[in-house]
Design a protein around this ligand. Structure first.
Ligand code: CMP
Length: 226
């Protein structure tokens, strides 16, 4: 997919008229990031909106001891960095490239102009923020009400919903996150992730091939853990 096609599928741009859309493509710039590089740090002052053309990023908060919680993993077509632009406060989280990534950037003034002039963009933005709030609510429930096995299963189900591909009742999750990232998503340790996934494999719920995870019977797994 080229840059134009990719930007067209960004939820906040899909309904835009061609002329407005072309303007955005013209004013934006592309930036490349290597795997594991920091896009920005929590508490920095921010003046840019980022849209993912290629690759994935993780949105994280880190405590004083360096312990990390992953708030979200975002991929192609997702945007981030809108919060600091909208409320004028510092960045609410750190963003790190999980893969070699290409990001499209729009400066604050251009982004705010776009929202003010284009109600469709404002509505699409609100819809996306609402979706993120719903996911955060689920995450709160997951982290506070479930035991470790339930939390790991829920993280696997979330990944299946977001990036999984359905194949005859099974769901295939490619680029399954590394164990430490899974631990930081599920609020548990790397050892617990390792133990739980082995248990799931032993029970024939999942299969792992390299960095691909397969949920063998998605409906059954979902019924067991959600
Ligand atoms: P900003 O605060 O500018 O910088 C960090 C970005 O991470 C933030 O904007 C959002 O785009 C994104 N972000 C923060 N919290 C979440 C969340 N819970 N889910 C998804 N994205 C988030």
């Amino acid at each position: 997919m080229d840059r134009l096609d990719l930007l067209r599928i960004v939820p906040i741009f899909t309904d835009l008229e061609d002329e407005v859309f072309k303007k955005i493509v013209d004013i934006g710039l592309e930036r490349k990031y290597t795997k594991n590089s920091i896009v920005f740090l929590e508490e920095e002052i921010g003046a840019i909106l980022f849209i993912i053309l290629n690759g994935r990023v993780k949105v994280v908060r880190t405590d004083d001891n360096g312990k990390e919680v992953i708030l979200s993993i975002l991929g192609q077509g997702d945007f981030f960095g809108e919060m600091a632009l909208l409320d004028d406060l510092p960045r609410s989280a750190t963003v790190v490239a999980l893969d070699k990534s290409e990001l499209f950037i729009i400066h604050r003034r251009d982004f705010l102009d776009l929202i003010e002039r284009t109600p469709k963009v404002a509505t699409a933005l609100l819809r996306e923020l609402t979706l993120r709030l719903r996911k955060s609510n689920e995450q709160i429930e997951n982290l506070s009400l479930k035991d470790a096995v339930g939390r790991v299963a829920t993280v696997i189900l979330q990944l299946a919903d977001e990036v999984g591909k359905i194949r005859k009742g099974a769901v295939v999750i490619e680029d399954f996150p590394v164990q430490q990232d899974l631990a930081n998503m599920a609020g548990t340790s790397r050892e617990t992730i390792s133990r739980t996934i082995h248990q799931f494999m032993h029970n024939n719920y999942v299969e792992q091939k390299g960095n691909t995870l397969i949920i063998k019977d998605y409906e059954k797994f979902k019924n067991l853990f959600s």
